[in-house]
Design a protein around this ligand. Sequence first.
Ligand code: 2M8
Length: 439
Amino acid sequence: AAVPTPDAGRRAHLRQAATHVLFDNWTGAATVPSRALYPHQWSWDSAFIAIGLRHIAPRRAQRELETLLGAQWGDGRIPHIAFNPSVPLGAYFPSPDFWRSSTAGRNAGAPSTTQTSGIVQPPVHALAAWQVHLADPAESRRRGFLPRVYPRLAAWHRYLSTSRDLAGGSLAAVVHPWEPGLDNSPCWDEALARVEPAPRRSFRRADLDHSSAADRPTDLDYARYVRLATTYRDHAYDDARTPHAFAIEDPSFNALLIASEHALAAIARTVGADAGAHLRRAEATTAALIDRLWDPAGGIFLARDLVTGEPIAGHSVSGLVPLIIPGLPQDIASALAGTAHGPRFRLGQVHLVPSYDLTAKEFDANRYWRGPSWFNTAWLIHHGLVRHGEAGAAGRLRAQFLTAAYHSEFAEYLEPYTGEGRGIRRFSWTAALALDLLH
Ligand code: 2M8
């Protein structure tokens, strides 16, 4: 799977095709991940999309983030979906009538006009906001972009570091498998098995109208996703009051929080706020991540199940993402790079970075986050490799990324052995991150 970087002609074509995907998926105020499968605004998708958009339409990249932040709740949470009211209810499940944010979320400060979900996704936003600013600082200053987003991003991080620090160990917990973004990762299997599935007839999946059932989570997974979200909703999305049957400290979620906290320090410095507080929080979270989730024997970070109090044994790409953390101790960074190249992930030998351990019995080369390679995690690991002096491996991963994006027509994910596209095509973050790596 070692491939040369596409030549100049192909790069120009790739840039044009990626631009088309993003412009076609723009709805006027934000970008949908996919017109058919995901017809609303998703939280971490928008952050990745803004990182790509800044190269071709910096003002639109700012708006992408501003629109998402417009759906923020009073308690600081950024919901994982901001719903587009012009999309029919049946086009996506779960729809606004399931989440009931403006009523069930009222005490937590959900907006009264925009309908949203009540759960969150990984905090890539401050990272994105800082990069979007740097792409066109003059336009950013003219629009007052950073002074407007800074307090909202700070409130978001505060929510994650307080209300979501469920174990009191200085890490943010996720309370639903949709929150870490790696929805049906085998890492969640044991924790999910404790959740009583909702009756199958109580909901209708819309995803299967657009994607092959073999590439998606199962009905049983969905029945449990529904139960967890219903319980959270029925407790007014109150983190302290909800009896969380699923509560996990995920390495990638926390690594993104740390990287974003560093970006927030840079933003704070620019707007004249206290950068030191953000840097101290980043350091404390890094120390907690190493203390609570680092597994020296496996050379990878492991998620921790807060219901049992035990680490989760499965090796997922999430455990490699902490490579992006500025100032990660060099021995840990080297061990992570070694694990990425080892038999479980085979970096450079298979396509991109598989989402789950290739040697595990739960590995499935086609099913969503149970094995396929995804472009956003490859992009993160590319940056981690660059940061920690692995330029050769980073360059090879970048070449693979661009070639695969081109050949798969911006697929949602790839079968890691063949490199064939899976899921939907013309997927926004694949196009956006390809644009970013082209620049
Ligand atoms: C997937 O998740 C959504 C639920 O949030 C779904 O399956 O309907 C995940 O891949 C997630 O990481 C992503 O943000 C979302 C939209 O692309 O799709």
